[in-house]
Design a protein around this ligand. Structure first.
Ligand code: 5GP
Length: 204
């Protein structure tokens, strides 16, 4: 299939739900490109500059917002997070699918501008299970865990605006669902529009 734009996959879920672990092996398996976001928060132990995030100062972040360099951005828990516009647009144009792991505020900004994108939300089986995972991760203090739990409720309420909700109770089952959803989204009619036009009207 030629002349095909990549699929934009918007992937959200509350902090601690296991989004990263769930998607990690599928990134290579399904040939997706992970969009590395910019953030003003400090790196956690083990996080490398340019790999999990581009860690930037608030001044640098604001400069990029003003220049229109971000596809979307949001303030989350005292920090800013944003998606670099050029990298995403270029990758999509090359026909590669791009995965954006972003919060619900950012996702909603993209709803209208990317009608062919697929929006996937990862849900915990219960709030208790989410608390256990957040506290067990040990990367945030008790106060931060409580703050993220409060956020989580608001985020879960927004899941109704997504196309798919994956409950992360058993990882293998959840991952199989996620794989199926991404593969199906690749052949959804809105995403196939360009191809259909090409079949009908051919090349110049
Ligand atoms: P964390 O600090 O745990 O890495 O991320 C906090 C939240 O910010 C998560 O929900 C994560 O998905 C979200 N996030 C990461 N990158 C972006 C981004 O580029 N834009 C938006 N809107 N949210 C992001």
């Amino acid at each position: 299939m030629t002349n095909k734009e990549g699929l934009l996959i918007v992937y959200s879920g509350p902090s601690g739900v296991g989004k990263g672990t769930l998607i990690a092996p599928l990134i290579e398996e399904l040939g997706m490109t992970f969009s590395v976001s910019l953030t003003t928060r400090s790196p956690r132990p083990g996080e490398e500059q340019g790999k999990s995030y581009h860690f930037v100062s608030q001044a640098e972040f604001e400069r990029m917002v003003d220049a229109g360099d971000l596809l979307e951005y949001a303030r989350y828990n005292q920090n800013y997070y944003g998606t670099p516009r050029r990298a995403v647009e270029q990758t999509l144009q090359q026909g590669r699918d791009v995965l954006l792991e972003i919060d619900v505020q950012g996702a909603m900004q993209l709803r209208r501008s990317f009608p062919a994108a697929v929006f996937i939300f990862v849900m915990p089986p219960s709030l208790e299970a989410l608390w256990d995972r957040l506290a067990g991760r040990g990367t945030e203090g008790a106060e931060e865990v409580a703050r993220r739990m409060a956020f989580a409720k608001g985020e879960i309420a927004m899941s109704q605006y997504y196309d798919f909700i994956i409950v992360n109770d058993q990882i293998e089952r959840a991952r199989a669902q996620l794989r199926a959803v991404i593969e199906a989204s690749r052949v959804r009619a809105p995403h196939m529009k360009k191809f259909v036009e090409e079949v009908l009207h051919g090349h110049a």
